[in-house]
Design a protein around this ligand. Structure first.
Ligand SMILES: *Cc1c(COP(=O)(O)O)cnc(C)c1O
Length: 367
């Protein structure tokens, strides 16, 4: 799906130089690279604050912890996402409430969010799935109307943007918080785990900084019980070396997406991904909808072509959430997507020749 070695060959010297700075300084925890990275990701995301942490999962958990959820408090989210989105709600003490998605973009449907709000609703977690932003301005209006938090899980969408009222708004800009992951396969990946939270709210930023350091702003003074969730200086060094390349990499992904889409035009059973016209997509994934999906996947596999199903089992149907009582049929748009989606190899170093092999194999399958 991804050739990280191809990227490594290009950026090796820049990354190793920044890593050696950390080695020479021997400040492996909360070194100056952390503040530098926080500033750069906040600036990219049009946010006042960036708070680095240990993973994209913790980037969700920390602001959810800051909501001080009580048993029975509800957080509305999508079931068509990576597990961490809902796992973090549960681990922060809340109850995930799953609502259906928009059939075109796979992102959470604001109308469904609005009708799921109850007296116990404390927040919304929207996901910018596959690299295009959820309709954040619509979700922000709902959150503000009901005085609840809006968390934008932008793990797949760093640098993605959306035109709202004639102005570009960034992933991580419009929610109460935005959350990012630097897992190695994400568009900006570290050489290990990492995450970051953005926010415009000064008081919330302070609280998140405390929560990631065992709840104490001052060493050995604990205002509340937090967790240990720091980003390594070494990971920050890797990310700082990679960050100047991100815009070019995103453009490379968009070009490859456009090439796939042009090739699939007129190929009836293959429905190319749909970008909301307001969005500039960064194509973390290029995900088609097809008939006979599992057969196509086997056909590709037999030709040594990788493909992945994100996500084969939506979260409302996971065993660990059986106690929430969702049955098959509860979220029909999500369930149809589960059965039809297939993500194809897409990354900036994917060559035309490699891409042609994928296209050819799909054409061959549908005759
Ligand atoms: C990757 C991802 C996460 C979790 O990030 P980690 O860094 O792996 O903990 C959360 N949400 C979404 C949508 C993701 O894709």
């Amino acid at each position: 799906m991804l050739d990280l070695k191809a990227q490594y060959r290009v950026i090796k010297d820049e990354v190793l130089a920044r890593m050696m700075d950390v080695v020479e300084r021997q400040q492996f925890i909360m070194g100056p690279e952390i503040v530098e990275l926080e500033g750069q990701v906040a600036a990219l995301s049009h946010a006042r604050h960036g708070i680095a942490c240990a993973s994209g999962t913790d980037a969700l958990l920390l602001p959810l912890r800051a909501l001080d959820l009580r048993p029975g408090d509800e957080v509305i989210t999508t079931a068509f996402t990576f597990f961490a989105t809902a796992g973090a709600i549960h681990n922060a003490g809340g109850t995930p409430v799953f609502v259906d998605i928009d059939a075109a973009t796979f992102n959470i449907d604001p109308a469904r969010v609005e009708s799921a709000i109850t007296a116990r609703t404390r927040g919304i977690v929207a996901v910018d799935l596959y690299g295009q932003m959820a309709p954040m301005e619509q979700l922000a209006a709902i959150a503000s109307k009901h005085s609840i938090a809006l968390i934008e899980d932008a793990a797949q969408a760093i640098g993605a943007r959306r035109k709202v009222g004639g102005a570009w708004r960034m992933a991580g800009e419009m929610g109460t918080v935005g959350t990012f992951s630097f897992f190695p396969t994400k568009n900006l990946g570290g050489w290990g785990d990492g995450g970051l939270v953005t926010t415009q709210d000064d008081a919330l930023a302070d609280r998140l900084r405390r929560l990631r350091l065992h709840g104490g702003a001052k060493q050995y003074h604990h205002d509340e019980v937090g967790i240990n969730s720091r980003l390594d200086s070494m990971q920050a060094a890797v990310l700082l070396a990679k960050l100047p390349h991100l815009a070019g990499w995103s453009a490379g992904r968009r070009a490859r997406a456009a090439r796939y889409t042009a090739a699939f035009e007129g190929l009836g059973p293959v429905r190319a991904p749909v970008s909301d016209p307001a969005n500039e997509h960064i194509f973390h994934q290029y995900t088609i909808r097809v008939d006979r999906r599992d057969e196509l996947r086997a056909h590709l596999q037999a030709r040594n072509i990788a493909s992945m199903i994100y996500y084969p089992i939506a979260l409302h149907l996971q065993e660990c959430f059986a106690h929430l009582g969702y049955q098959l049929g509860a979220l029909p748009v999500t369930e149809r997507a589960m059965a039809e989606v297939l993500s194809l190899p897409i990354y900036p170093e994917l060559t035309e020749g490699q891409q042609d092999e994928v296209i050819q194999a799909i054409r061959e399958f549908y005759g």
